[in-house]
Design a protein around this ligand. Structure first.
Ligand SMILES: [Zn+2]
Ligand SMILES: [Zn+2]
Length: 142
């Protein structure tokens, strides 16, 4: 749990972080919000407990109401705009790391692909893990 999994940073390097231990859950999301927030066809998200995530530097928060009605808070570097992580207001204590910002992200293995109804035809994600049209049922209690 205390082992360092990876460090990570934004594009300009003003925001850095350290992740410890193993992710709780890993997903790829094709929803339109993730497409707009990343500018790509999907977001690769790895979820960790807050205490596994150590952030250095200033981030700016953007709050938005998701389709589920939950408030999704996305944190990004105010200098270069790299999106670092997000939190769901109703589920504080869990952070979703934008995996591309991790220095080493070879450990990433999505357990599922969600919001496949919005998957662009040119953005191929794996069908070797469960694909869901929208949001799957919540994971079993940790
Ligand atoms: Zn930056
Ligand atoms: Zn999404």
């Amino acid at each position: 749990m205390s082992d360092i999994l990876t460090t990570g940073q934004c594009l300009c390097g003003n925001v850095t972080y350290t992740l410890k231990g193993e992710p709780i859950r890993m997903m790829q999301c094709h929803c339109k919000d993730c497409q707009r927030a990343t500018g790509t066809g999907h977001l690769n998200n790895a979820f960790f407990k807050e205490e596994q995530f150590e952030l250095q530097g200033q981030v700016k928060a953007h709050e938005q109401t998701a389709a589920s009605g939950n408030t999704n808070i996305r944190y990004f570097c105010p200098e270069c705009g790299s999106r670092i992580y997000n939190e769901i207001a109703a589920r504080k204590g869990i952070v979703g790391i934008a995996v591309g910002t991790a220095d080493n992200n070879e450990w990433f293995e999505p357990a599922g692909v969600i919001f496949c109804k919005d998957r662009p035809s040119w953005d191929l994600t794996t069908s070797e893990v469960p694909n869901f049209d929208e949001m799957p049922p919540p994971p079993p209690k940790q």
